[in-house]
Design a protein around this ligand. Structure first.
Ligand code: SF4
Ligand code: SF4
Length: 507
């Protein structure tokens, strides 16, 4: 009956009210879904609040449930308690004639406060001159935060630091204060946003699905506009502009590990390795080429002409991302591939999701795990050799939560005879970051290393012999963590890219 009455309230005020509750102790939570930027909806909310009080009393409920009355409901408690409230008031008046103890509470002093008056959004709604929104979409994400703090369970930087300003909720609060001009931009403030791995774990555990990573990216753009791009990121981006990669490496080094048999050619399938693979995690290059050659795929690479996709510039809020898109679009137009297959999770997200937002990019993009999965399904890629190893798969954030690719890598691993696939306790959409995301590894190596260490330690606890990932950046972070574990005699783990394991299984 109460729920039915709540529905009628919703209809009367033309707002959605989501009602849920605790069956065991019989309490209901009726949540009004509203746009906090609209003053007229706040006016409706105040009326709804009063109607809820009438409803609770009508159905012989209580205004306080298991909580205190606070300030909002204090003036109404006499309606529920009647004579007993007057008795309590008499006792309170005799003990505290000057009303100095807990003033305004319990409805003893007849004060009615308008506590719902726009609440935290007052500055924004009144459009004060210092208010500078991030754009409607981001502003709405900020307003959607319930301040519940559930994101603490997901946020890897909070888990390591225990500091709220390095938790998703803390970052949302800081972003709101940037928006209203209450907190001046500073190096210290920038540090909170650049310490985020942009892993989106907060969104996976958030009851309101708040896009904190997008909020962080918007705050970073604002910080960059005002000159707070961290020096380390400025240097890396400058390197990309000058050398085509963040590591100051010469372009010709990209093909150092190509097999001597490789010939420059054109093909419908263009394999894009990315900078970390080309210069640091180089074993992925011959492994990928070996797999494709064995299956007989006609593919091309850009060799020395490959250029950084620019994801780091995007992540750190730099405008120069557009410049890197232009450079790559020009190169792609010369190769004119039908599809791009990349071994890097970051490049994959960048080409598949970000390039189409900024230009006329229309090429099909696949991550190597999707491509290999297709080859297995079509029967072109078959495994015969047994690989008797216990392997745990680490979901890269850029591939999993960002792009929703969870099953193809698992299907590939399960297709290898003898291989035993283990799972982290937190896997797929809840998988913890390797610590290297969002530019954190360059910005705060210690924090990044601690996050990776915890992830690798769990792999060892699960009894894995090999951690496999599908992103060279994850591999690099986890490899360093595995070395630390080994040094501390807490486990021996090998870390491999999925292409390396597949190539080994085919050899
Ligand atoms: S971001 Fe989500 S989980 Fe975190 S406080 Fe806000 S609503 Fe709660
Ligand atoms: S994106 Fe990751 S690191 Fe950043 S606030 Fe969310 S959970 Fe924390």
């Amino acid at each position: 009956e109460t729920i039915e009455d709540i529905r009628k309230v919703a209809e009367r005020h033309n707002l959605t009210i989501a009602t849920f509750g605790h069956v065991g102790d019989g309490n209901l939570h009726a949540c009004v879904i509203m746009d906090p930027t609209k003053p007229e909806q706040w006016a409706e909310l105040k009326e709804i609040g009063k109607e809820f009080i009438e409803l609770a009393l009508k159905h012989k409920g209580t205004l306080s449930a298991e909580h205190g009355l606070g300030i909002a409901k204090a003036p109404f408690i006499e309606k529920e308690l009647g004579l007993s409230h007057r008795v309590m008031k008499t006792i309170k008046d005799s003990l505290d004639p000057d009303h100095i103890l807990n003033p305004g509470k319990m409805g003893f002093d007849q004060t009615v406060r308008d506590v719902l008056d726009y609440s935290a959004y007052k500055d924004f709604i009144e459009g004060l001159p210092e208010v500078k929104g991030f754009g409607e979409k981001i502003d709405q994400e900020i307003f959607a935060c319930l301040m519940c703090g559930f994101c603490r369970a997901g946020c890897p930087t909070y888990r390591e630091t225990g500091v709220e300003s390095k938790n998703a909720r803390g970052r949302v609060i800081l972003a709101y204060n940037i928006l209203t001009g209450k907190v001046p931009l500073s190096k210290e403030l920038a540090e909170k946003f650049y310490a985020c791995t942009v892993c989106m774990n907060c969104k996976a555990v958030c009851p309101a699905g708040v896009g904190v990573a997008e909020i962080v990216e918007a705050a970073r753009r604002r910080l960059v506009e005002e000159g707070y791009l961290p020096e380390v990121h400025r240097m890396l981006i400058e390197n990309i502009a000058q050398f085509g990669n963040p590591f100051q490496e010469p372009p010709e080094k990209r093909t150092d590990v190509y097999p001597s048999t490789y010939k420059v050619k054109e093909a419908e399938t263009l394999v894009f390795f990315g900078c970390v693979t080309s210069y640091q995690d180089i074993q992925v290059v011959p492994s990928t080429m070996d797999i494709l050659d064995r299956v007989g795929i006609d593919y091309a690479t850009m060799g020395n002409e490959e250029h950084c996709c620019g994801y780091l510039a995007y992540l750190t809020g730099s405008e120069r991302f557009k410049e890197f898109i232009e450079r790559n679009l020009e190169r792609f137009s010369r190769y004119a591939p039908k599809r791009i297959v990349t071994t890097c999770a970051g490049c994959y997200k960048t080409f598949k999701e970000l390039y189409p937002q900024h230009g006329t990019f229309r090429i099909e993009v696949l991550h190597i795990v999707e491509y290999l999965d297709q080859l297995i399904t079509s029967g072109k890629l078959k495994f015969e050799k047994s690989v008797d190893r216990k392997v745990i798969y680490h979901d890269p954030c850029d591939l999993g939560r960002h792009m929703n690719i969870y099953e193809p890598p698992r299907r590939i691993l399960q297709a290898i005879p003898g291989l035993r696939l283990l799972e982290f306790k937190e896997n797929r959409s809840l998988a913890k970051c390797c610590g290297g995301g969002g530019g954190l590894k360059a910005f705060d190596l210690d924090l990044s290393g601690d996050i990776a260490y915890r992830r690798a330690a769990e792999a060892a606890e699960q009894g894995a012999e090999i951690i496999v990932s599908a992103c060279p950046s994850c591999k690099s972070s986890l490899q360093q963590a595995a070395a630390r574990l080994r040094k501390e005699k807490k486990g021996r783990l090998k870390v491999m890219d999925i292409t390396e394991l597949v190539a080994e299984a085919l050899a």
